[in-house]
Design a protein around this ligand. Structure first.
Ligand code: UD1
Length: 336
């Protein structure tokens, strides 16, 4: 059985990926510092799969903790999710973001190099494209200057990995996620935003649940059919499965070059108002919303060209937007 380390494995995408790894027959080891996740997620993973992953509470920006882990564990691949991810907070606390997101990445790669470990998958983001000149966005679209320190950690992270692949023969894949939403169909795991949600779907579900009074739709004067901004919302379970596909590509040595990037989205864009309507229809809820000013830093439209990911990863999305919204709602109503 191949043993896969999932850093940040108790977080939103990490926990769904841990489940899919176990379902695919991998042995999962999770590292999480619990800075933005709860330990009970571990039990909730095992409720779904019947198996509790091995868990280590480790702060990856502490080099001695990273070294100690690798001294005692041999692993066949790493899926690296552990990172801070709040765009606004990163503007206020750039050094914390660089220390956490870049420091932990460097320490992991050093251990991989020194111990001759291989197969690294990195959580990247479509944020690296900024407002792309052409839609849908292909992997060859130019990288635009980052809008935030968070976005910069993804760009620099990719560069650090690419340099390491070149110098040390590491094989790695960066997955550029579009907008992950939804939850596991069992509603045992899902997104747990701290405080007031910044992302659209948790704000929508919390508003429908009566936790928030009203959803603010940020701007209806964009150059789009209904004036609201367009994104590519992908079900988190489909996204999790893309990691298994990428891992299998590396383990079976089918990668074309030792550093590859793939877009992970549905290929379909939805506007904010389309999401509101689709949510209302899928869940039979009425959503209280109003149009307000644009949010600073937001782009007009982003959705993926998934041709290369579909072909090379032999992966495609299986779930609909409605299923994703319904699963997010089921997860929300399951929270006490
Ligand atoms: C954001 C991050 C991105 C990150 C991604 C993770 C920014 C600028 N970008 O993407 O780097 O990778 O989350 O999921 O924060 N919206 C509303 N009302 C709300 C919340 C959002 O109208 O209360 C709109 C936004 O203006 C946007 C869309 O909904 O048009 C999606 O927003 P969000 O879920 O925050 O994702 P992104 O901004 O695309």
């Amino acid at each position: 059985m191949k043993k896969i380390l999932v850093t940040g494995g108790l977080g939103f995408i990490g926990s769904h990926t841990a489940v899919e790894l176990q379902n695919a027959g991998f042995e999962v080891v999770i590292i999480d510092d619990l800075s933005n996740a709860k330990l009970e997620v571990l039990n909730n993973i095992s409720k779904i799969t019947g198996k509790t992953p091995e868990f280590h509470q480790i702060d990856l920006k502490k080099k001695d903790q990273v070294v100690a882990f690798f001294e005692n564990n041999t692993i066949d691949g790493i899926i690296h999710f552990a990172a801070f991810k709040a765009v606004g907070e990163s503007v206020q606390k750039p050094l914390e973001y660089y220390e956490n997101n870049i420091g932990s990445l460097v320490y992991l790669l050093q251990e991989m190099r020194d111990r001759k470990l291989d197969n690294f998958i990195f959580s990247s983001s479509c944020t690296v494209y900024g407002q792309a000149d052409e839609l849908p966005i292909t992997e060859n679209a130019p990288i635009k200057p980052a809008e935030s320190p968070y976005g910069n950690t993804k760009q620099v992270g990719e560069e650090i990995i690419q340099d390491t692949c070149k110098a040390n023969g590491l094989n790695a894949i960066a997955l550029r996620y579009f907008n992950p939403i939804g939850a596991h169909e069992t509603a045992n795991i899902g997104e747990l935003p701290l405080g007031v949600p910044q992302n659209l779907i948790p704000y929508v579900t919390q508003t429908a649940a009566g936790i928030r009074e009203q959803l603010s739709v940020f701007g209806d004067d964009y150059n789009t059919p209904d004036g609201t901004a367009i994104r590519d919302y992908i079900h988190v379970v489909d996204l999790a499965k893309a990691h298994i596909a990428a891992l299998n590509r590396l383990l079976s040595k089918k990668n074309d070059t030792n550093f590859e990037v793939f877009n992970v989205g549905t290929g379909k864009g939805s506007s904010v108002l389309e999401i509101v309507k689709a949510f209302e229809k899928a869940t039979n809820q009425n959503l209280n919303y109003k149009i307000v000013e644009r949010r600073a830093g937001d782009i007009t439209a982003a959705y993926a060209d998934t041709t290369i990911a579909n072909e090379k990863l032999n992966w495609k999305t299986e779930k609909t937007l409605e299923e994703a919204l319904l699963s997010a709602w089921k997860w929300q109503t399951n929270q006490v």
